[in-house]
Design a protein around this ligand. Structure first.
Ligand code: CA
Ligand code: CA
Length: 483
């Protein structure tokens, strides 16, 4: 049985299963004296012996029998065949440098999906690995902005257990934009986030740069582009429009969003510079540039008007509202649409996100509910498309007329028309006039879906075009799309 070197000539592949007495010949098995053992490769393996747990082992070549990874030169013992194999990113096992099964580690491996194990951000397709101190420690995040606390974790939706960054596929197809036969559109499959961007996600975003998005974010030109729309990505000329400090961000999302100079008035900002109970509510008072930057930073992008409409109308189902065609309840005796349907005890058929049971002009953002906490989702599960916040689109100004095939109006003023503006974000006074003599230096954008405000119809036939891009507004937010 012994060969010239004093080892055994047993077929290694059979030793584990048949010849228990010779287990010591198998890669990874116990061997007290490596010189007494060998395989067909002669003495080569002795040179590769290593100490593992105080027990000297023989490492064997691919195709040889093994009982443990440590017994293979390749570092991988296939647990099904008990043979050494070279790790690959297609073998169904976590091996090699992988951080989870067939993903992560070496750059040549696929990146890991959300929820998979990661060691660093580069292991994840989202480029976000949960911080050691978070509940997602060592797990890939759906998106970077959900690496935080309330509203930036798994506390969103009807049961407060959904990922606040959940993104749901829409299949693409053809439909009539705005229920208008003159506006046919075809959109390719895409993903749209389930929820409007929350306060908590903006907090995570700002915190990652100490609020200095203008100086530190450094989005590359083209970031956040729609893959089928050339020129639709971030432009370096946009950087000047981002907040340069946390104080500047606070001003933009609160002071500049006041109505009549009072931030506690109805429609009050959901943002606060400290984490709080508003963090799982939709961000309002966010501007287009910051929203664009957030989506791009975490590997997403802004939805096009055509895409958003496709999701809200259920494609060719041609829905009038995201949930279907039944009209929401508009109480005529109360100034706010959602105030009248806010309390489930009232027995109303809740359709879109609403907050507290009643709202007055001075109860702040009480009437704005946490994202996704009421029924009325779109055909593919997207929450709050109709109502809650008006949602900023990628599109500039006016609709693309006529046929639209993966289209968007990206005719943005570039560079922004007034250099340095706005140092102070424009503020609306109680008479609906603007501070700073503001005009529309950067053009407008399109808003969709209506809001909690009775002046903003929630039907899919409606939009706000040419909405001033530099303005922050108590009923405007948005959500990200992905590919
Ligand atoms: Ca593998
Ligand atoms: Ca909405």
């Amino acid at each position: 049985m012994k060969n010239r070197a004093g080892g055994y000539t047993l077929k290694q592949a059979t030793c584990v299963l048949v010849f228990e007495a010779f287990l010591s010949n198998c890669g990874g098995a116990v061997a007290s004296d490596p010189n007494a053992l060998d395989d067909e490769l002669g003495t080569t393996d002795e040179a590769l012996t290593a100490s593992d747990g105080g027990v000297t082992q023989v490492k064997v070549a691919n195709g040889k029998a093994c009982t443990a990874d440590a017994g293979c030169r390749s570092g991988f013992c296939n647990p099904k065949t008990h043979l050494c194999r070279t790790p690959t990113a297609k073998d169904g096992f976590r091996n090699g440098t992988e951080t989870d099964v067939d993903c992560g580690g070496a750059a040549t491996n696929p990146r890991c999906a959300a929820g998979k194990t990661c060691a660093t951000a580069t292991d994840c397709g989202s480029a976000a690995c949960g911080a050691a101190t978070s509940e997602f420690a060592g797990k890939c995040l759906v998106a970077k902005s959900c690496g935080g606390g309330r509203g930036a974790n798994n506390t969103c939706g009807l049961t407060h257990t959904d990922s606040c960054c959940a993104s749901l596929p829409a299949p693409g197809g053809s439909y009539m934009r705005y229920q208008n036969p003159d506006l046919p559109a075809t959109v390719s499959p895409f993903k749209l986030d389930k929820f409007e961007v929350t306060v908590g996600r903006v907090r995570t975003f700002l915190a990652a740069f100490g609020g200095n998005l203008r100086g530190k974010l450094n989005l590359p030109p083209g970031a956040g582009a729609h893959p089928l729309i050339p020129g639709s990505g971030w432009r370096s000329s946009f950087n000047m429009r981002l907040p340069g400090s946390m104080a500047e961000a606070n001003m933009r999302y609160t002071t500049a969003c006041a109505y009549g100079g009072v931030t506690s008035q109805w429609g009050a900002p959901t943002w606060s510079n400290t984490a709080g109970t508003n963090d799982d509510k939709p961000i309002n008072c966010i501007d287009w540039y910051t929203l664009f930057a957030l989506c791009a930073w975490e590997g997403g992008r802004m939805p096009t008007d055509a895409e958003w409409g496709f999701a809200a109308m259920g494609g060719d189902e041609n829905r009038t509202f995201a949930w279907g065609n039944s009209e929401p309840y508009y109480p005529m005796d109360i100034g706010l649409v959602n105030a009248g349907i806010a309390d489930p005890a009232w027995g109303y058929d809740l359709k879109f996100t609403v907050g507290g049971p009643y709202a007055t002009r001075t109860d702040g953002a009480k009437h704005i509910a946490a994202v996704g906490t009421h029924t009325g989702n779109g055909k593919w599960g997207h929450a709050d498309l109709s109502g809650s916040m008006l949602e900023l689109m990628l599109d500039s100004g006016e609709l693309v007329q006529g046929e639209c095939v993966d289209c968007a109006n990206i005719d943005w003023p570039d560079p922004p028309q007034v250099a340095g503006y706005p140092v102070e974000w424009a503020i609306m006074d109680g008479n609906d006039t603007w501070s700073n003599g503001a005009t529309q230096p950067d053009g407008g954008r399109i808003l969709r879906g209506g809001s909690w405000h009775p002046d903003h119809p929630v039907g899919n036939y409606y939009n706000f075009g040419n909405y001033p891009v530099w303005r922050t507004y108590f009923a405007a937010g948005g959500r990200c799309a992905r590919d």
